[in-house]
Design a protein around this ligand. Structure first.
Ligand SMILES: Cc1cc2nc3c(=O)[nH]c(=O)nc-3n(C[C@H](O)[C@H](O)[C@H](O)COP(=O)(O)OP(=O)(O)OC[C@H]3O[C@@H](n4cnc5c(N)ncnc54)[C@H](O)[C@@H]3O)c2cc1C
Length: 284
């Protein structure tokens, strides 16, 4: 009698064996449970070096087996621990399990990779456009430059950040970024917008109105689709922001929803900006 062939291990289980372990040290959930920041510490005790803007792969055992997914690192490499900004996807394979973890839980992770960095954009002015948790790689990069600025190493970048979400409570990292934008000598213009501006949900004119891709179109002087309303946040003027942009010295970086990323592609080229870096969080 011959032995029955052993079942082949699932590729995700093979991947799991290659991944380092890390422990959740802090978790903050907001926006009615739909968004969270998660800070993990590699168990090796070694410092994990990465470039701000890169992503890693996190994995956990879930009801679907071991599930790995890519996540941009939202924390700065100067922070020490690794911070992530994650949206709960209802019915998703991994995120419900991530959100259920408490400090002390063990994650699996891979070393960081990716070229979605200011260094790869290689221009003086960086226009950052993001939806939801697509903000993560930009927080990493802006926080890093701000920390260096505070340490007496000035940034040579001119930064303009457009962050869009459905509702204002989904504009994560807002107070941190507002603080950076007010720092003397730190050249950051921070533009928030709500695609469903509803005063009953806390919207005021301190936040812009309209989808972030449409507000971005408005700012760079491209047509906004007929019938769509966009408004800049109070105190910020689209023409004044446009005046900051020299196309030859400007790169656009967009992250998050693939529809947003596609929609601004043509207007960017039309504006004469030739460097466009993208990080899609899922396929259209
Ligand atoms: C390079 C890269 C970096 C990423 N970084 C982040 C990050 O920093 N934060 C983050 O929240 N996600 C990020 N993602 C998305 C992440 O990898 C997962 O796809 C997401 O967390 C859903 O996993 P899931 O297993 O729960 O859902 P799945 O069962 O895999 O369902 C996937 C579906 O969920 C939806 N979805 C995926 N991501 C999001 C999202 N962020 N917001 C709303 N809907 C979404 C899409 O419809 C997608 O088809 C990144 C993806 C890539 C490729």
């Amino acid at each position: 009698m011959t032995d029955a062939p052993k079942p082949k291990p699932h590729p995700n289980d093979l991947l799991k064996q290659k991944m380092a372990t890390a422990t959740l040290v802090r978790k903050e959930i907001f926006a009615g449970g739909r968004l969270g920041t998660f800070v993990i510490r590699p168990d090796s005790g070694a410092r994990w070096w990465y470039q701000a803007g890169q992503y890693t792969t996190l994995g956990l055992d879930t009801p679907y087996g071991f599930v790995p997914r890519a996540y941009s690192i939202a924390g700065s490499p100067l922070d020490g621990d690794l911070e992530f900004y994650i949206a709960l996807v209802e019915g998703g394979q991994l995120t419900p399990t991530i959100f259920a973890q408490e400090p002390g839980a063990q994650f699996r992770m891979l070393t960081a990779k990716g070229k979605f960095t200011f260094a790869h954009a290689a221009k003086r002015t960086i226009l950052m456009v993001c939806t939801g948790t697509g903000l993560a790689p930009f927080v990493a990069q802006i926080r890093t430059l701000w920390k260096l600025h505070q340490a007496g190493i000035p940034s040579t970048y001119r930064l303009v950040l457009f962050h869009g979400a459905a509702h204002v409570d989904e504009l994560g990292y807002r107070s941190e970024l507002e603080g950076y934008a007010k720092t003397p000598g730190f050249d950051l213009t921070y533009i928030t917008t709500s695609s469903r501006p509803d005063p009953a949900r806390g919207w005021t004119d301190a936040t812009g109105a309209g989808r972030v891709n449409e507000l971005f179109r408005h700012v760079i002087g491209a047509p906004v689709p007929h019938g769509r309303r966009v408004a800049m946040p109070a105190g910020l003027d689209a023409e004044a922001v446009r005046a900051l942009i020299d196309p030859a010295q400007t790169a656009v970086m967009a992250c998050g929803n693939p529809g947003m990323i596609e929609d601004i592609k043509e207007p960017i080229a039309h504006a004469g900006i030739t460097t466009y870096l993208v990080e899609e969080f899922w396929k259209a």
